[in-house]
Design a protein around this ligand. Sequence first.
Ligand SMILES: Nc1ncnc2c1ncn2[C@@H]1O[C@H](COP(=O)(O)OP(=O)(O)OP(=O)(O)O)[C@@H](O)[C@H]1O
Ligand SMILES: [Mg+2]
Length: 606
Amino acid sequence: MLDRILGKNIAFYVRGHRGLVVCAILLTTISTLFVVVPAYLIGPFIDEGMKTSSDPVAWKIPWVAFESGSSLSWHRTELILVDKISPNRLLLLLTIIAFFSVLLKSISIYFSQIAAAAFSNRAIRSVRIDLFDKFLALPLGFYHKYKAGNLISRSTADLTVMQERIANILIGLVEHPLTALVFLIYLFIMNYRLTLLVFIAGPVIVVLIRLFGRKVKKHSTRVQDAIADLTSLYQETLICLKVIQGFCMDRNESKKFRGSADRLYKKVMHWNRWNLGLGPMMDATFFLVLPAVLIVGKTYFHHTLGELLSMIYAFSRAYIPIKNLARVNTDLRTLQGATERVFNIMQTVPDIKDRPGAAILPRHQKSIEFKEVSFAYEPGVPVIQDISFRIRAGDMVAFVGSTGAGKSTLLDLVARFYDITSGSITIDGIDIRDVTLESLRRQIGIVNQEVLLFHDTIASNINYSYQGKSMEQIVEVAKAAHAHDFINEQPEGYGTIVGDRGTLLSGGQKQRIAIARAILADPAILILDEAASALDAESEKRIQEAIEALKGRRTILVVAHRLSTIREADRVYVLEGGRIVESGGREELMALNGRFRQLHDIQFRT
Ligand SMILES: Nc1ncnc2c1ncn2[C@@H]1O[C@H](COP(=O)(O)OP(=O)(O)OP(=O)(O)O)[C@@H](O)[C@H]1O
Ligand SMILES: [Mg+2]
């Protein structure tokens, strides 16, 4: 049932809170039963209660009597609720009933809305958490396809749209038909022929609802897309602000943003034209029919003023839920649009994940081996081609080569950020695709070319993944990474906040924190991609010493443009165009007089 209404994706999340859904619907049903009460009060209020003489009156309500004869038939009668009461006392009685029915209605509405808010927010909380976990699980390759702002927008704006609609729809689908029904029953009892007269407006209204529903869905998807564009612009601008200001491009960016804001405005207005248009169109259709009811009711059926007024009241009250039901339809279409955008991502199956029955990789102690490894980010554009090598545990090997040669990519393959296209990568003879990602990555400490820090203290950044390390251990690795001295010079020492992405630190300081972070984990394999590139000659030498001190205990893979950093490397691989063109010890390569010699001579020409 939920599947049919909300679609199975959302239904899955709502179903977990079945109790609250039932509770909200029951309370709504109760409140709905109270709304018809005034219709029963208006007639006697006017026709009997307003009488000026003090002759006793009776309070009658329309009723039906069934006759069982040859065939079941019914006719309208009246049920006398109170007899022989003075008009003034009747007025008092009716007022008290009206008061309590309104009070009970309000209380049940309040609690039904609380229950509805609870289940819709709980469902969306679960979607939110699952979506976030999805973001964490999806491989890096996925993120090359989307702008971060677009993803942020889906996880904020679209989820808000979904949350607001779910409760409206589920409650509305019970509340509105039921409200319409209780009034229609009242009206049928009062005068079924007159009531049928109003139904000639029905087909027109159905056509309107379907047309507007389709349009609303189309336009709401466009609105959410435009919001995503705008979010991307915010995000990109905040990240690239320095470049924008440096190039004096603020006016250009502002123009670009204005363009996007305009586009969003236009799309929102398109959506509104359809979203808001339905109500008035239905009103117009309905109120064209209503005067006919009055005229026919008076001249043909001879209803009293009180009866006519209570029928008009019931007609307009029966009509409102029909109109609201049309809103539910447009809400449903809006919900579908947002759901599609969110579940597009939720249903993306990560292509890098643990194989069923994946083993735990034991601590690396023998070798890392690449066998005829090829890799391409885009099919047909190989970045790594047919690379084979074997690194003994405890060795330090270096990868050099011109920019774009594929060095960073090669190192990313070891931690399985991307899966290779062909060949195999094994650690101690076990293919890295046969072990769990966690057991693989826990053994690898990585310092990336681009250092990413969290907006947190220096100590927490160093201690990022290995909660529970003592302050002494943090200081120890900071010393090893030659970060301790500058950290102590910071205003709050290890408690200094590094700013968003580490903006309050220099490039070299960030690099040293990243090195400390990587070695605190005591990884068996250390991957350093240009880890010393932002350091002055002095610090570089110190880092180099620190790295060399780790030699023998860990397998170290380094990428360095500055060949001085890799003086101690056991072996050097020269990469060009995704292939290894030379390999060997430093002296060997110098003697070879090839590409390595060339790179070396350029750097040490002085
Ligand atoms: N996500 C990606 N999608 C497609 N191509 C990519 C992607 N990342 C890198 N490349 C391409 O792969 C090639 C190798 O890039 P890589 O970053 O491995 O080079 P590198 O040797 O580390 O260079 P540098 O010394 O400048 O850091 C480059 O041609 C680059 O354009
Ligand atoms: Mg690189």
